[in-house]
Design a protein around this ligand. Structure first.
Ligand code: ATP
Length: 291
């Protein structure tokens, strides 16, 4: 049996560990499409046994490259991808909701696909967990723990912008763990009168304030500039936690999930599924038919 794996969308910590677990099972019969669906279009396909997956199994990122490929949705390119995809008995795709749509389209055209949710945003429909989220939260918390103490000397107001796209899970979890003074997850949370009052009162207590801001609400530097005008005595520091979250070494819990997802994908293949997703529901791995 020839199996192909690909990682698509933003990279997520734990992807390498899934690839490694699949490699342990399929050995030389496991192939990888580089740069997600782009590799399928361009037939940029490699044997996983030749890329040294053992060495990076516990590292963040994706050794086979994770990428967005908008042209995959266009008929002309999709046909090319489909032709190359048909050389495999199964395709295992890791990514978010967009990636899932791509997998379903392949399956509708006769290619057996298994989808694994892998995106730090934890926003995959139907799954309580998507690979990378736990590590992303840890990465953001460590960034804050490693910077905030220094700003205590300045009684500064630190605003940390965290990833998550339109999902608030990362921001809420991080804010709770680091004991943030404020978590901004929607535009209504940006009430300048209230923020000014809060920041000034914390500054009077001679300590740094910590604000966690979810991305895509208000650019962090703009927020800092606005608040600076309103609290001229306070030193502000806006920080974009950004890629630190994705680059963090997968936690042990992440590795556990990665192995569970891989095991689920192998089980789905043994069950001869045509188009399935491996999801986490109430702490358990579930194999769900998509079509
Ligand atoms: P992330 O959460 O990291 O953003 P994602 O999988 O949701 O991951 P997208 O950029 O939405 O990221 O999609 C990844 C890729 O999936 C796209 O670049 C494209 O190749 C493919 N894709 C997305 N939507 C579709 C669709 N409707 N039909 C076919 N392929 C699609």
């Amino acid at each position: 049996m020839k199996v192909l794996v690909l990682t698509s969308g933003g990279d997520a910590p734990g992807m390498n560990r899934v690839i490694y677990a699949l490699y342990r099972h399929f050995g030389k019969n496991l192939y990888a499409s580089r740069y997600g669906y782009r590799g399928l279009i361009q037939n940029d396909i490699i044997r996983v046994s030749e890329i040294g997956i053992e060495k990076c199994k516990n590292l963040a990122g994706s050794i086979i490259k994770s990428a967005r490929c908008p042209e995959f949705a266009e008929d002309k390119f999709f046909k090319k991808a489909l032709k190359n995809a048909k050389a495999f008995d199964y395709i295992i795709v890791l990514g978010g909701n967009g990636t899932h749509k791509g997998a379903c389209r392949l399956a509708e055209n006769g290619v057996k696909t298994i989808f694994i949710p892998a995106t730090i945003d934890n926003d995959v429909e139907g799954s309580d967990y998507s690979l990378g989220f736990h590590t992303a939260v840890k990465g953001a918390c460590e960034f804050i723990f490693n910077t905030l103490p220094s700003y205590q000397s300045d009684n500064a107001c630190c605003i940390y912008e965290v990833m998550g796209r339109y999902k608030n899970d990362i921001a809420i979890n991080v804010a709770s763990i680091v004991d943030a003074d404020k978590c901004i997850i929607c535009e209504e949370d940006i009430n300048f009168a209230e923020l000014t009052k809060l920041i000034n009162s914390i500054n009077k207590q001679e300590r740094a304030s910590c604000i966690v801001l979810r991305e895509r609400i208000y650019p962090v530097q703009n927020l800092v500039e606005q608040l600076r005008l309103k609290c001229p005595k306070v030193y502000f520091k806006g920080m974009n936690v950004g890629r630190v979250q994705r680059a963090s070494r997968p936690t042990k819990r992440e590795i556990y999930f990665a192995k569970a997802f891989a095991k689920g994908a192998i089980k789905a293949i043994k069950q001869n599924k045509k188009c399935a997703s491996v999801l986490i529901k109430e702490g358990k791995v579930k194999i769900i038919d998509n079509i």
